[in-house]
Design a protein around this ligand. Sequence first.
Ligand code: ZN
Length: 314
Amino acid sequence: MYTVRIPKVIKFGENALGETEYPKNALVVTTVPPELSEKWLDKMGIQDYMLYDKVQPEPSIDDVKTLVSEFKPKNPSALIGLGGGSSMDVVKYSAEEFGVDKILIPTTFGTGAEMTTYCVLKFDGKKKLLREDRFLADMAVVDSYFMNGTPEQIIKNSVCDACAQATEGYDSKLGNDLTRTLCKQAFDILYDAIMNDKPENYPYGSMLSGMGFGNCSTTLGHALSYVFSNEGVPHGYSLSSCTTVAHKHNKSIFYDRFKEAMEKLGFDKLDLKADVSEAADVVMTDKGHLDPNPIPISKEDVIKCLEDIKSGNL
Ligand SMILES: [Zn+2]
């Protein structure tokens, strides 16, 4: 038997943001200042809402507690996470405490977080990746409107992450026919959008990627990427090389097209400051990504991959 979980309702495509009806007396949770949130709320056409815009980037369980203590007495009818991962994570975790539905509206794309049961929060100063069914959105609204004004570099990194998640997800041993269908379609859309300059399709491709990999896992490419993240390299950028090398090693059906898409986007070569053997030891501890890899991975394999990344032999 297989299980796939996706939000109950998904609104997407042109004008999804403005055409969706939002419940009255909902609590909108965001990280952005009023100048920006007012513009977004206006575009949504939402009325009779409460606003909480004090969520910190990389939020902690304390942000959740503050939100609950301040707004639970006001009985909001629903929670709306409007923003990037931070706003959505706080809403994902808090909604149960309020006993109401949650609506997720990503203003950045790439992670597909609006589709998944993942939630990242800090506990005692340490980031924890949680995964529970209760974190799934009751409604997700995906609209490319938010891409206007997003810096080019961030868009590139984000679409790279979405491509990596879709293709690694397709290859994951935890996948099934339905997740593979979603992952393949996600990459086909993203590849077409990259190669034929249709960035407005990135959020939809990224949403499909989230539905797919969010129900299985990512694999070797993501496992390799975290040693670069530890040196401050943005997640999406590190995957441009890490996932390409991983696909070569795994003999993935996506290797050629993934590499081609990354070349079209144009990423610089990655450098690793850490000692390769020590970095490989760190990668080897990442069972969550290595166990579902389509082929078993040894430390020697990881060293080879890291050396290929460093020398640009992709
Ligand atoms: Zn990722």
